[in-house]
Design a protein around this ligand. Structure first.
Ligand SMILES: NC(=O)c1ccc[n+]([C@@H]2O[C@H](COP(=O)([O-])OP(=O)(O)OC[C@H]3O[C@@H](n4cnc5c(N)ncnc54)[C@H](O)[C@@H]3O)[C@@H](O)[C@H]2O)c1
Length: 330
């Protein structure tokens, strides 16, 4: 079985993909600075190298640990608000340091590369659902940084034969047993809803209820992390087996959106708890609706999301939050 180097394997999505990869019989080297991740989220069966993407010496050490067949690149900063305040931080971490990783791949002969991209690269598209051929016009520096790195992948294909898949996630959510979502500055709806249900957060803010949607709140496409993990596994298999294929991008969403109010109502039912809310103003740059067309991943990768119905998403996340009311506690 191949050895995969996973950057950001101590983070939310990376840690769950690492577990999934190891369960499938792969060897994994996790590369993470831990600045936004959790040591205890890293699967004990993985080899862990603590290091920053910008540290070429450490990267070389990680590549030398084993013969690496493919890289899955999750490590990034992913807070839209922070990116607006500090755009240069996002360009440095998500683009410039990512390029150092690409150089290391080139020099260590790694040609298969999976990248955690995002629907934020599309900005506020005119068409819904969003398919991969729509223009990518990000409306914030986070989305811009992810788009710029995608372009680095396409350039690396031309320059030295990298074969990359960019997976454009919609809203990642849910938990897998003892692995769940714990961001220090949490901005995602579902963990915030459960923090409010547990009382570890006094209330949750609805950012605008005057959008042109049926109940006035924003609609998003929620994709369970186990479905993200299966897409990564399938994309990696296709990169490692399908020698002639070109680099490409796939949307990962289910094609069905839920509004903020629908999520809160479903969470109230599942938890049996109050969940105090306050309606505030809109956040700049929040499109009313973001829903994926994911036909390409389904037909080309044979991907079928199996865990992304709202009930499964919320129940797995609630179970995790009840058992980890203070997250990983580090
Ligand atoms: N969570 C979502 O809904 C979502 C949606 C679309 C795309 N994404 C993308 O998925 C990826 C993972 O998201 P997440 O929610 O798991 O994030 P996360 O913050 O939980 O994990 C990111 C990990 O990367 C590490 N990291 C960051 N910069 C690093 C650096 N320079 N060197 C080494 N390690 C570094 C952090 O320590 C952390 O462990 C990100 O690239 C993000 O842009 C996430």
């Amino acid at each position: 079985m191949p050895t995969i180097l996973v950057t950001g394997g101590a983070g939310y999505i990376g840690s769950i993909c690492v577990k999934n990869l190891i369960d499938q019989g792969n060897e994994v080297v996790v590369y993470d600075s831990l600045e936004r991740g959790h040591r205890s989220a890293i699967d004990e069966r993985a080899t862990f190298v603590r290091g920053d993407l910008g540290d070429r010496t450490r990267l070389d050490r990680a590549f030398a640990e084993r013969s690496i067949a493919a890289v899955m690149h999750f490590a990034a900063y992913a807070l839209v608000g922070e990116s607006v305040e500090q755009p240069e931080l996002y360009m440095r971490n998500n683009v410039e340091k990512g390029k150092i990783l690409l150089d290391a791949c080139r020099d260590h002969g790694v040609r298969a590369f999976l990248f955690s991209s995002t629907c934020a690269t599309y900005g506020e598209p005119k068409e819904m659902p969003i398919h991969e051929r729509l223009p990518q016009l990000p409306t914030n520096p986070y989305g811009e940084s992810k788009l710029l790195f995608e372009k680095e992948l396409w350039k690396a294909e031309e320059a030295w034969g990298l074969r990359a898949v960019a997976l454009r996630y919609f809203n990642a959510c849910g938990a897998d047993g003892d692995l769940g979502e714990d961001h220090e500055a949490e901005t995602h709806l579902i963990p915030i809803v459960f923090e409010a249900a547990l009382g570890t957060r006094p209330k949750l803010f609805i950012h605008g209820d005057d959008y042109p949607t049926p109940d006035g709140t924003c609609i998003r496409d929620y994709i369970h992390i186990l479905d993200l993990a299966s897409a990564h596994r399938l994309a990696m298999e296709s990169l490692l087996s399908d020698r002639g294929a070109r680099s490409r991008a796939y949307n990962l969403g289910v094609g069905r959106g839920y509004s903020v109010r629908e999520v809160i109502e479903a969470a109230r039912e599942i938890t049996g708890r109050e969940i105090p809310v306050e309606v505030g103003p809109r956040r700049p740059g929040d499109p009313p609706e973001l829903v994926a067309a994911s036909d390409l991943a389904r037909t080309e990768l044979g991907w079928t999301p199996e865990h992304s119905d709202l009930d499964t998403v919320l129940r797995t996340a609630w179970s995790w939050h009840q058992r980890h009311p203070h997250g990983y506690g580090d």
